[in-house]
Design a protein around this ligand. Sequence first.
Ligand code: C5P
Length: 404
Amino acid sequence: MDLAGKKILLGVSGSIAAYKAVVLLRSLQKAGASVRVIMTRGASDFVVPLTFEAISHHPVSIENSTNQSWNNHIELSLWADLFVIAPASANLMARMAAGMADDMVTACYLASRAPVCLAPSMDVDMWHHPATKHNIEILRSRSVQIIPVGYGALASGLTGEGRMAEPEEILEFIGRILSPEAQTLAGKKAMVTAGPTKEAIDPVRYISNASTGKMGIAIADALASRGAEVQLILGPVALKPGHPKVNIHPVTTAEEMYQAALQYHERSEISVFCAAVADFRPAEVAREKIKKAGSGLNLKLVKNPDIAFELGRKKKVHQVHIGFALESGAGEAQAREKLEAKNFDLIVLNSLQDAGAGFGTDTNKITFFLKGNKSRKFGLKSKEAVAGDIVDAIESLLKKLKKP
Ligand code: C5P
């Protein structure tokens, strides 16, 4: 990783993972970056400012209201090529989302013109709290890039999501933002389908499923963070991508999703079919709300286009197709069958038998199936970390392809 000449502002907030920020500081310096450190008051209870001062060879500011530092936040914000906050506590993210400027870290965030990324760190229940999720969505919508949390043992003794990414993962994330050679998918075009589709029965009712779009959105974000131009064809969901460069094409029905996918498929080297498309739609949409008369109701359903299948038939030698199989059983045989039938290069299987996998969860447990009877199993990870594994696999598939 070459960060020579890059100027990085490192914000440290109050979490037990603050000690890892010392390692991150050293790694950034070793990669050639100049680093200045600022801390929250809470962080200084975990690691004393002197540690960061001695290693960075610069003073470390906490308050933004003392005589020496009242305008430091402006200078530091304009100086930095990138502002990384690691660890970012739940409290810090709440203050950032609220637009507060009550210490050096929050003031620098408000004054920053550089890209901002943060590595959250907290206990599993704090991570899953709606308030934290909401704050992260707010920060994402303001182009703050969130470095995926890890899953594992936490300082509280609990096990789950919320561990700060390891310093080397943070370094890699920063490298992707700052060094063009780490934009490994620069110049590539990608198309991702995500979320459910909604098929109207009458003006108020529809057929749909519980997909939240989280997995597909995480893949779109991961592709964009590696420099790909991404078209995200997104069914009706509440979530939005975090990466500012993902182009969103909202759709409602399978037919609309198919038409949008047809439009972007031909020019895309990468197509990821992550959407939970309704297989059937009502043959006719009733113009008026269907009344509750009689003892039952027969609905005639017709087949929707199988987007992955149809586009699989058009696939050229320079294109890779990734599909998903969500199965209620173990699903290996079905996954292998779909790999062939839909002409995927890779199918990602998740089974509803595995706790933490499937719709609406923040985690996923997957197995890859590739051509030639190859497969690879992964442990339970956050959907963002799973997206990273899938995009790694896409990169190695692209390397093996023939030129058009
Ligand atoms: O056959 P099944 O629906 O299980 O296949 C799942 C895969 O096919 C997923 O990648 C999904 O996005 C894709 N698919 C599609 N259009 C459909 C149904 C599934 O693109 N109508």
